[in-house]
Design a binder for this molecule. Structure first.
Ligand code: B12
Length: 461
């Protein structure tokens, strides 16, 4: 089959730190014999969808696949509308974090033929094989894990997703996602003091924690599964040799969940003997899933920074979030990380439902008084499908999920705050943190490129 993946163009989309990895994984794991292309509207800086329509005319795909995230929902809906109008015979499928969050409600958000909850490598391949043989019947479709489809009686059928072993998973097809194109256009993620060319890798999938603001468990399930260490090492070698990558970002939800596994990965990295490379885990790791041995191994393997996400300095807010983290443990681990010779970055969130000014003050105080080298304060966003979102919807506090937002936009303020006030609190938090020590301020200035700093400041107020 001819399959076209479409990554829709998004207004003000950042090329800076994001790659459409999902398509690279889907393509790498498809059964042989299908022709796959990716139309990347973000990389093409395509604004009007004319170029993607032209690509569809040229390539004549039988199947189009879209990846839906809340930040690209509006743009994706517009692509779907235009495809439906001009190419009515083309089958449309969607997957991605927003589909995993919306579940059965996906069709109300995007008018596609098929949608996929959870990981798509195996199930998308199954659908492709079925479509290649003609119009699939419902018995066959019932066998496809995580598939959502319309039924003859006008209803919606959802197959439960399955989160299988990662042993046979091929890693991302970085050629398909045009890693070189991204690098040439300023892609750079994580904090690396020397590295010039960075790339994301995944070593584990899954998250067992119950944080009520997060949608990750719908995408990758609750069990942390690990990739074979040899496969991770082969991917690192491939990225280094083929794309001259010298900064590697492990973008797992829980890289250090299985401490022994993380240690094995660090030893395997050292075993590769690559010169001048660094590693980072910029999505953060759980503070309590760290020990001294692991920190030393990370340092030896090329980590310079450790990112952790206490999220709040208020025990009350942490309990509301069901974060399951103790501030005392965070304090200890910050010291342990520093003692291992690594710098610490803290992620904090303000404006969680139920928060008061006193809670926000506690968060600012916690960030300032512990030895974080850098920190960022973002505002809570109610992501579709998360328990926090469902509660707000039930209570009538929100009408639907935010769409088209990136990190810095604010769509929700807890009772007692306006959005403008919450933004001021965020500004105050950043100011308090960065003015609390000259080292923090200098590090902030030296770590961010002027373009990134400008983007950040522009969005701040
Ligand atoms: C790493 C990561 C990032 C990295 C980027 C990684 C990258 N791809 O370059 C960074 C930190 C930059 C990032 C940014 C953001 N992220 Co993020 N991120 C993640 C994380 C941890 C993994 C994502 C990833 O790359 N996975 C690897 C690839 C292979 O998986 P995937 O893209 O999901 O694709 C798989 C399936 O979804 C499915 N699939 C996807 N597309 C399609 C299409 C078809 C046709 C099919 C069949 C299947 C399919 O199959 C794929 C293979 O299994 C997830 C949590 C999680 N466990 O999913 C959060 C997560 C996806 N992020 C999330 C969010 C909210 C964001 C931000 C919007 C943050 C914000 N609030 O502003 C930004 C968006 C950036 C922007 N452009 O503005 C939410 C998504 C919620 C939503 N409904 O959109 C998640 C779920 C975390 C959470 N807080 O709940 N993120």
């Amino acid at each position: 089959m001819r399959i076209l993946f479409i990554w829709p163009a998004v207004e003000n989309a950042e090329l800076g730190n994001f790659l459409p990895l999902g398509f690279g994984y889907l393509a790498a794991n498809l059964p042989k014999g299908h022709e796959v292309r990716l139309w990347d509207g973000v990389l093409a800086r395509d604004r009007g969808n004319e170029a993607v329509i032209e690509e569809i005319r040229r390539f004549q795909p039988e199947l189009i696949g879209l990846s839906l995230w809340h930040f690209n929902m509006k743009a994706a809906r517009e692509v779907v509308r235009q495809v439906r109008q001009r190419f009515p015979a083309t089958v449309l499928a969607a997957g991605g974090p927003s589909v995993s969050g919306y579940g059965a409600k996906t069709f109300a958000a995007a008018d596609v033929d098929y949608a996929f909850v959870g990981e798509g490598e195996k199930s998308f391949g199954q659908l492709v094989e079925l479509l290649a043989r003609g119009k699939p019947d419902s018995d066959a479709l019932r066998q496809v894990d995580g598939l959502i489809r319309r039924t003859a009686d006008g209803g919606v059928a959802c197959n439960p997703p399955r989160w299988g072993s990662l042993d046979e998973l091929s890693y991302c097809d970085y050629d398909l996602v045009n890693l070189n194109g991204y690098l040439a256009n300023g892609y750079r993620y994580g904090i690396h003091s020397q590295a010039k060319r960075t790339a994301p890798i995944l070593t584990t999938r899954g998250c067992p924690y119950g944080c009520e603001y997060c949608g990750a468990r719908h995408v990758t399930g609750r069990t942390v599964r690990t990739r074979p260490v040899e496969s991770v090492a082969a991917e690192i070698k491939h990225l280094h040799e083929r794309f001259q990558i010298d900064g590697f970002n492990i973008v797992d939800d829980n890289f250090t969940f299985h401490l022994d596994y993380a240690k094995q990965v660090c030893r395997a990295i050292q075993g590769l003997g690559l010169k001048g490379v660094s590693f980072c885990s910029p999505n953060g790791v759980r503070a309590e899933r760290l020990d001294e041995e692991l920190l030393h191994l990370m340092k030896q393997a090329g980590w310079e920074w450790l990112f952790i996400a206490p999220e709040s300095g208020s025990e009350r807010t942490l309990a509301n979030m069901r974060k399951g983290v103790s501030l005392r443990v965070v304090e200890e681990k910050v010291k342990m990380i520093k003692a291992a010779g690594l710098r610490v970055f803290g992620f904090f969130m303000i404006g969680y439902p139920g928060e008061t000014r006193a809670d926000i003050r506690k968060t600012i105080h916690f960030a300032c008084r512990n030895d974080f080298d850098l920190a960022v304060f973002t505002c809570f966003q109610p992501l579709a499908g998360t328990p926090a979102y469902e509660k707000l919807l039930r209570d009538g506090e929100i009408a639907g999920p935010p769409e088209g937002l990136d990190y810095f936009e604010v769509s929700y303020a807890p009772k007692g705050f306006t959005i403008a006030q919450l933004k001021l609190w965020r500004f105050w938090a950043l100011l308090s943190f960065y003015l609390s020590s000259p080292g923090r301020l200098i590090r902030a200035v030296t770590n961010y490129s002027p373009a990134r700093a400008f983007h950040f400041l522009r969005k701040l107020l």
